[in-house]
Design a protein around this ligand. Structure first.
Ligand code: FES
Ligand SMILES: [Fe+2]
Length: 395
């Protein structure tokens, strides 16, 4: 994000802190609750969003060195990501070419080759089939054509992208659609891996995405938690193709900056704000002063009412030094989950589960997005556009 842009956003937030801030939507929008309950729609979403669309998976720090690997099946297709011996990022369908078993169990590690747990066929981290157990008994075939199936992948700005279907290369800049400056600015390659968790929830995956789509609710639902840190009902609003960015103001940060430094040009943007990105089609990307969070939200199997949230966070170098100080062995990266889960799991997802239950009763067909909830309209229309469905419109 360029300096002028940071100053523009800080100016909006500083003025908003003083006078309440603007609303950005054109009007109130009706959105059908059947979007959270329709099995045919979910099947279409699975095919288009989770197989055919490039997905933002994580950061370069997920594969910190040559030989690192990460096996992740949240898209529905087991995916093996590696950093090969030359340092290149690669992605494969994590399924054996012998009888189709998953080769590498879920998780992360380091190793130059992978042996299938079924009959011990072995693959390199470039995907080549390098050994067939008791090959003389198995019989002849062309090993060269039986490597792991390669998936399109790309690494840029410290982001890892994969499309879970073989085919054309991924154009990361096209997927970012104008967010390239932002991503370059956050110095993502300098961040190191913190920790990961998977959050199962009894909500449609889009309803889970929606919980990150406005801060109208902060002073109510989060009055005991987040509302102490982040100013509710105040956000910036910018769209980048199907992606979205809103920036929130840190209450203690702005108070301190206002008291200490009259010139906004000297304000430290990252320490004063929480930037919340929607990266199409399923990822929320959060940037605060200490870390970035990648929150990838998926349907859980073929259920319209279940989702899985794969949450990883990555820390700035100074924060890593704090956590890895040998004098303080009690400091744990995982402790960050406590604050996150107090808000997202105990408050947001709990509320979303009640919406899901209501949606399934059919008692009301539509709900409303306000002018102060513009991201929701953007998310829903980005998904509708992706599937060629009619767009929602403000009344
Ligand atoms: S299925 Fe992998 S070695 Fe047989
Ligand atoms: Fe929330």
């Amino acid at each position: 994000m360029r300096r002028q842009e940071r100053l523009r956003l800080l100016g909006i937030l500083r003025d908003g802190m003083a006078n309440g801030g603007a609303v950005h939507g054109e009007g109130v929008v009706e959105s059908p609750l059947s979007d959270f309950t329709c099995p045919d729609l979910l099947a279409e979403e699975q095919r288009v969003f989770f197989r055919e669309t490039p997905l933002f998976m994580g950061l370069s720090a997920d594969l910190p060195e040559n030989g690192s690997y990460w096996a992740d099946s949240e898209t529905g297709l087991p995916i093996l990501m590696t950093r090969d011996d030359a340092g290149e990022f690669r992605a494969f369908a994590n399924t054996c070419r012998h009888r189709g078993a998953q080769v590498v169990p879920e998780g992360r590690g380091n190793g130059p080759r992978f042996s299938c747990p079924f009959h011990a066929w072995t693959y390199s981290n470039r995907g080549d089939l390098i050994a067939v157990n008791r090959a003389e008994r198995f019989g002849d075939f062309d090993k060269a054509g039986r490597g792991l199936i390669e998936l399109p992948c790309a690494e840029k700005y410290g982001m890892l992208w994969v499309r879970p279907t073989p085919g054309d290369e991924i154009d990361v800049d096209a997927a970012l659609a104008g967010l390239e400056d932002d991503m370059a600015h956050w110095e993502l390659p300098e961040h190191s891996y913190g920790a990961s968790q998977i959050i199962p929830a009894n909500v449609n995956w889009k309803l889970a995405v929606d919980t990150f789509g406005e801060n109208y609710h902060f002073d109510v639902l989060h009055r005991e938690t987040l509302a102490n840190d982040i100013r509710g009902n105040l956000q910036t609003h910018d769209t980048f193709g199907s992606n979205y960015r809103m920036v929130f103001a840190s209450i203690p940060g702005f108070a301190e900056a206002n008291a200490k430094e009259p010139n906004i040009e000297n304000w430290p943007f990252r320490r004063l704000t929480l930037s919340v990105y929607f990266i199409y089609p399923n990822t929320i990307f959060l940037v605060d002063g200490a870390a970035v969070d990648v929150v990838r939200i998926f349907p859980d199997g073929n259920s319209t009412r279940k989702s899985k949230t794969a949450h990883s966070f990555y820390v700035r170098p100074q924060v890593r030094a704090y956590f890895e100080d040998p004098e303080f062995p009690e400091r744990r990266y995982e402790d960050r989950f406590e604050g996150f889960n107090n808000v997202v799991v105990n408050e947001d997802y709990k509320m979303a589960e009640s919406t899901q239950r209501c949606a399934e009763t059919g008692i009301q067909s539509h709900v409303l997005f306000g002018r102060n909830e513009p991201a929701l309209l953007h998310y829903h229309n980005a998904h509708r556009r992706g599937l060629g469905r009619p767009l929602l419109e403000a009344r």
